[in-house]
Ligand binder design. Sequence first.
Ligand code: S3P
Length: 435
Amino acid sequence: MTARRFVPSGPLTGRIRVPGDKSISHRALMFGALAVGRSRISGLLEGEDVLATAAALRAMGAVIERNGEDWVVDGAGVGTLLQPEQALEMGNSGTSTRLLMGLVASHGITAAFIGDASLSKRPMERVIDPLSLMGATCTPSPGGTLPLVMEGMQPAVPITYRLPVASAQVKSAVLLAGLNTPGTTTVVEPVPTRDHTERMLRGFGVDVQVEETDGEKRISVTGPVDMTPCDIVVPGDPSSAAFFAVAASVVPGSDLVIENVGLNPTRNGIFRVLEQMGASIDYLDEREIGGEPVADLRVRHAELKGVEVDPAIAPSMIDEFPVLFVAAAMAEGTTVTSGLEELRVKESDRLSAMAAALDVAGARVEERGDGLVIRGSGGKPITGGGVVTTHLDHRIAMSMAVAGLASKQGVELDSTEPIATSFPNFIDLLQEAAR
Ligand code: S3P
């Protein structure tokens, strides 16, 4: 493990560009593998999670190659996935695992899924339940976790499934299984979650029906579908941009432009909450790229104030709470968060991991069952010092690196390795911006 101390920095200035969106990158590879012919992807995130998806798709017959700056995927069509010869190595990636389980479920193949210690603790029943209703047979480890074996059913049975948890991964797993299932598969989504699957499937020629009644969405696909290849441009990941937006907000004198940030309304909650806290964010050159809204964000240092975060906004910033907690630790007044039980089953238990990490770094934090309450430092640097345990969780690592920038003594991470899962050049960009 490579430990590293992140020390107080000068202002963050200049222009940076964060890597491609992780959620969109996974989907671009998967859908390319299901289309008949060649899809091109530019701006693909080359992080470990996305590379795990690429390797698994190759093991099931897709041809995926880097071609200069772009990636090309040669797919053979829905229904053509081959049985992998070895277990699919999912590393740290819940998205790869759950979405690929959906794909395997409606193909006549059997695949084993394995992952690292973090992924092997995460609940998979949430996808096993609906995929079993569709006819797949899944044998997980005790507790419903990886390693597991998924035996697909072809033809599978279409279902209408109401999501018991607000999860884009579960929604997507069922819809992806539906692509090769004769008849109409419907997911009922009481609380909106990221809609990249729906948007991108349309780009690949799939007729995705979305009906909205009383705030609920009914999302349907009628299979088996034919998918046409598509050229995808992946926008910058708002979840990665969030670390820099918070860093620029809390380090005095900062004035940073983060270019090409995806601002899908199902993903941009962090920026809305930061603005409620008093952050200075300008949206420059708003445009659309690859069917997703995008802008360059100019973020300047500002005095942040504590807020009560509306739990209804949580799905649109579900991965950004760790870094929001860091912003709250530097704000004036108290920030209260609630309704965040899902954070306990991410790459780590992010409520307890962040409570412990912020405590080590000298912030005042109280852990509750469904959220954290943080009393801010009033704009002053937190003390820092101590070693933070990152629990194989990239977002804990990057959030606490940002905390180190606005601390007196710096913050040491026990390991920087997890960062490579989603943001391999994070440290380089941080050094570039804080130079
Ligand atoms: C993702 C959905 C979210 C998110 C994850 C990526 C996706 O997970 O936390 O990082 O790409 O669909 P849940 O669906 O479990 O909330």
